[in-house]
Design a binder for this molecule. Structure first.
Ligand code: CDP
Length: 806
């Protein structure tokens, strides 16, 4: 080795592979305003579409008159349900097995529902046209309170379902009932409750909120009449699924549909489903022969395009006097709004809510979920969450704190006592999941030591004493949360969307000079896939990450994939990437053996190439193998170096984490101060620690927003009262707390690189940490549970109801 020969460390560092804090390659364009979003797209002759929306939450549509609108300069067409009926598209199927009106057909069922689509030469003309469409409504009684939806005299919302006693998920008990879903052993659970020393029961509401990505939902549809081809550029988290859905409902052959997701400004579940805007823009393009753009505004996005949560969970835990949990019973009233358009894998009407036993060794559990219709927007998307896992984590983590309070035990101690032990993995939960790996005690103890948990409890006791002596008006809360996520939908045995198994895919093609391209079935909406996917390849096949271009979001070039949501990208596509890379490596080994004139088995992998065992100077780098792949492969071998892998995971992955929030609340104003927030995450093998930290910061910020104020709220008439960022809490850097992050590493045993997902975890674990902090603060005044969101007003109201203003 001469002085110029790079060391092993230098060779490894050059790759910027897994474990490296590689800077995000996509940021070069984003930070310089060079991103390419849907609204940047301008096609020749492009028209613009915009919606007439209903001011009523429930009303019969008696007539729609477009005469005056069509006189507005620039307005070319007004599309209504009647127009859509001519192409059989007035209603569309939802991912949850229901149907949904594309445009109001006879009546409207929620405020801001799409009633007519005005197509014009520009956005302003479309808007003028909207104001001239005359719609005659006859208001009907509304159902907003989910607890009244199944009253005997509740108005019938879905007249189209009249007489249907069975829905997509079994029998319907009432005209506003969608499904009942039960899991677990009811008899054994009831018996555990009968025998229990201690039980708790509390109705825990997880309010309706919204993912509100920075970029709203939008698309450009362009139908080429000559070729019979439809191109759709859109803000899609799952472009291939959109292509298949369009092929099925518009009856256009799938190879003639081109779906492209360019840069997308945040998804958080909001951009998984198919919305009326996409259908109307496509129909308008087919009708006019011109490209048509649809871009929703903020109010439309918040009020009509999906929602998240709205779960009302009656939670019961049975335990021994010593604090060992013996049973869990949960009933959920799930408010799905006007149509069941939940974006869950087909078989799971309440997503993966049956992860609700959390991190604890419950011997028995029983869960029942009733889905119901109300006069609210449809959706139920997984807002930075893996299909209702956030709701489940909130349910069990609040439940454990309430149990601790009843037992007079410390909440951290109660958790340590009930955690699934390391030797129990793979662990079969009472509600049917197989947890892959975990070491909960280590994570919890690391969190407690780092923050000096005992010291904080002492401080809290002192503060409470001072409050009682009248020396302070501040109360202090410690919010502990320990979550287990279930991400990586999913194994085909569990998960499909409209019958398509939820695998994912990667195709890698290496070029002669040792660079290459990787095309993946996922679609980054800000998570940095272009950076991290190249890191997996760099470690697997020794090509520097900088020399791998990652491409996603074009259905013509990417292999079929199910897209990005629910932190599935790393567990599923990340595995497909490693598997495709390994296929390439296997071929590369044959080429290297041929060139080095040895047997394949005599070679071993060494960072960025192969070396002959026992002859370290006899090597062939991956770069040289790439060249050889295009000019001198072994006889009989096809030239080139590329591979594709479709990965159907054997199981989900189960990341976990220990969080704590330290909060002070001023009882006179309700104003809270987040003094400290510590988040320890375990997502198995870490691909890019810097990106993970970014994901955790983002997820915690959204958790903070949801727990402390973000809400889609309705008045009694069904008007959305939080329909803009004036009312819907969107934290800025001013309000956002400082985050402390930490980690442990417990690899997934079944994932090729041991990685689990991470993007959703901070939201899943963060919300209960904030809520537990508020509830812990108030608990010494005699409160058991205060519902979220915990804004200043509600904190003040809670203080008032607890009698602190004597
Ligand atoms: O599906 P989604 O991309 O939203 O979530 P994810 O799989 O949790 O990945 C989010 C980002 O974190 C991606 O850029 C991943 O590559 C990165 N990540 C990582 O570096 N190491 C992990 N163990 C998990 C995710």
């Amino acid at each position: 080795m001469n002085d110029m020969t790079p060391t092993r460390e230098q060779r490894e560092a050059k790759l910027e592979g897994m474990g490296c804090k590689r800077k995000r390659v996509e940021d070069a364009r984003f930070t310089q305003g060079k991103g390419n979003y849907v609204d940047d797209l301008k096609l020749p002759g492009m028209l613009h579409g915009d919606f007439v929306r209903s001011p009523h939450a429930h009303a019969r549509v008696k007539s729609i008159n477009s005469e005056e609108a069509l006189k507005v300069p620039g307005v070319l067409a007004v599309i209504t349900a009647e127009t859509l009926k001519t192409v059989n598209l007035a209603w569309m199927p939802t991912l949850a097995g229901d149907v949904q009106m594309v445009l109001a057909d006879g009546k409207v069922l929620f405020q801001n529902q799409e009633v007519a689509f005005v197509v014009a030469t520009d956005r302003y003309a479309a808007d003028d046209g909207i104001n001239k469409v005359v719609v005659e409504y006859e208001p009907l009684p509304v159902v907003i309170d989910p607890f009244k939806a199944m009253d005997a005299d509740a108005p019938v919302l879905r007249e189209d379902l009249a007489g249907k006693t069975t829905g997509a998920h079994g029998p319907r008990k009432h005209h506003n009932h969608i499904f009942e879903w039960t899991v677990g052993d009811k008899d054994l659970t009831d018996a555990a409750f009968r025998k229990a020393d201690v039980t708790i029961k509390e109705m825990l509401s997880y309010h309706r909120t919204h993912p509100s990505p920075l970029e709203t939902c939008q698309c450009v549809c362009s139908f080429d009449k000559i070729k019979g081809e439809l191109s759709i550029w859109g803000t899609f988290q799952a472009p291939h699924v959109i292509r298949t859905v369009v092929a099925l409902i518009a009856k256009i052959p799938e190879h003639k549909i081109h779906v492209i997701s360019p840069d997308v400004g945040g998804g958080f579940g909001n951009k998984v489903g198919a919305y009326p805007g996409y259908i109307c823009a496509a129909v308008a393009s087919i009708v006019t022969g011109k490209p048509v753009k649809w871009v929703e505004d903020r109010i439309e996005n918040l009020t009509a395009t999906s929602f998240a949560r709205d779960y009302h969970m009656t939670t019961e835990i049975a335990a021994t006097r010593e604090g060992k949990v013996t049973g869990l019973r949960v009933h959920v009233l799930a408010d799905h709004g006007a149509f069941d358009a939940c974006a869950d894998p087909s078989k799971w009407p309440a997503g993966f809510f049956n992860i609700v036993t959390g991190s604890y060794d419950f011997p028995v559990a029983h869960l029942s979920v009733d889905g119901i219709y109300t006069n609210k927007a449809p959706g139920g998307v997984a807002y930075r969450c893996s299909f209702r896992v956030t709701e489940a984590a909130y349910c069990i983590e609040r439940g454990m704190d309430i149990l601790a309070q009843k037992l007079g035990m410390d909440p951290a101690e109660l958790r340590l006592k009930n955690f699934i032990r390391p030797e129990q993995f793979p662990y079969h939960s009472a509600l049917g999941w197989e947890y892959d790996s975990g070491d909960y005690h280590t994570a919890m103890k690391k969190m407690m030591e780092t923050v000096d948990y005992a010291g904080l409890r002492k401080q809290q006791a002192d503060q409470r004493a001072a409050f009682k002596r009248g020396e302070t008006r501040e109360i202090m809360g410690l919010g502990v949360s320990f979550f287990t996520e279930i991400v990586g939908a999913g194994p085909s045995k569990n998960c499909d969307i409209l019958g398509i198994a939820m695998f994912d895919s990667c195709e890698i093609r290496l070029h002669p000079t040792g660079a290459g391209i990787a095309r993946v079935g996922t679609k980054s909406t800000g998570q940095g896939h272009e950076t991290t996917w190249a890191q997996i390849i760099a470690t697997e096949i020794g090509i520097p990450a900088d020399d791998i271009m990652v491409e996603e979001g074009n259905t013509d070039t990417a292999p079929y994939g199910l897209g990005t949501y629910g932190s599935r990208s790393t567990p599923v596509a990340g595995a497909a990437i490693a598997m495709a890379a390994r296929k390439i490596k296997a071929k590369a080994q044959m080429i290297a053996a041929y060139k080095l004139e040895v047997h394949e088995g005599d070679l071993e992998w060494d960072i960025d190439g192969f070396k002959v065992k026992g002859l370290p100077e006899k090597t062939m780098s991956m770069k040289d193998i790439c060249w050889a792949a295009y000019n001198s492969v072994p006889p009989g071998m096809e030239p080139g170096l590329e591979a594709v892998s479709y990965y159907d995971p054997p199981n989900m992955t189960y990341p976990f984490g220990a969080y704590i929030c330290v909060m002070n609340i001023d009882v006179d104003t309700g104003v809270y101060k987040i003094r400290r927030f510590y988040a320890l995450d375990d997502c198995g093998t870490r691909i890019n620690p810097m990106i993970i930290e970014g994901q955790v910061h983002g997820g915690l910020t959204e958790a903070f927003a949801i727990a402390m104020g973000q809400e889609i709220r309705y008045d009694d008439e069904g008007n959305v009262v939080t329909g803009s960022f004036m009312d819907f809490f969107m934290p800025t850097a001013v309000e956002t707390p400082h985050w402390e992050t930490d980690f442990t590493v417990t690899p997934s045993p079944h994932h090729p690189i041991g990685a689990k997902g991470v993007g959703e975890s901070p939201n899943v674990g963060g919300v209960p940490a904030f809520s537990n902090a508020v509830n812990d603060a108030f608990s010494f005044l005699g409160s058991t549970h205060i519902q979220m969101p915990h804004d200043y007003w509600r904190n003040w109201r809670a203080a008032k109801s607890l009698g602190v203003f004597a």
